[in-house]
Design a protein around this ligand. Sequence first.
Ligand code: NAP
Length: 285
Amino acid sequence: MKAGIIGLGAMGVGMARNIAKAGFLTAVYNRTTAKAQAFAEELSVTVYDQIEALAAEVDVVLLCVSADSDVLAVVRAVAQTINPGSIVVDMSTVSSETAKVAAAILAEKQVEFIDAPVSGGVEGAKNGTLSMMVGGDLGALEKVRPILQTMSSQIIYMGSTGTGQATKAVNQVMCAGINQAVTEALAFAQAQDLPMEKVIGAVSGGAAGNWFLQYRGNTMTKDVFTPGFKLALHYKDLKICQAIANKVGIPMPLVTMTIADYERLMEAGYGDEDISALYRLKHKI
Ligand code: NAP
């Protein structure tokens, strides 16, 4: 099975390295070609400067790009040249509707599409320990499973197209709550002049311990907000969650509050910082 990946951003680059290490990766594309060239030299894979050219050469196209419109633009380009019987795997976080539109575009070319968003951060992408939630045809998942296993410590099949993304939306609501809780609690500790590394160590080992505290606690409290996970991307996810909540008729005050906080931060120019930049709004100046 020959695999190609589109999108060598914070997540894509770690994913691509793990697929390459397992011997599946033959082709890469990145919109900013310089990034792809540096990567291809490191791993001896072919760089394509056109999505259409990459899609014609592989059996499996994987993508990890920013938002819904980006996924659809990539899928439309892939559909121009992809061979019937190939499989497209989208690991970006987008809406279930986008997954369904992508699947319909590719079905016309006799190509299966699976939505396979991930959780586990850039650390998970680098270490091959992502949690992957998959929607689409189970047979297609089984065919590409050996490739997906190079990136993931677990792959959970959720059901029909879009259910992977619906599950990822659940994850993103939880991340908003965790971000609110961790940034607020650490600002509370700092306002009491407690030794922050000790606080983070003590809390991490108990019932309130969590991934975000472990990986972002010591950086945010030193005012370091390098992504990680760009705040503007989580904002995009929470707008998807809010639209679902409106449709199914449940209140989500945590999501509403986090969207408002992120809007303040983005207006102040912090959209490309890690989501832990929420700490900026919490701590005492
Ligand atoms: P990122 O670092 O900003 O990278 C985005 C990638 O998408 C870049 O390679 C970018 O190309 C490419 N891209 C964007 N629009 C494109 C388009 N229209 N056509 C072709 N390529 C395009 O973002 P990331 O953190 O890797 O996130 C990627 C996806 O994974 C997002 O949907 C995000 O929500 C999701 N995700 C992120 C994390 C995380 O912790 N970072 C965790 C789980 C899921 P350029 O290099 O040219 O800009």
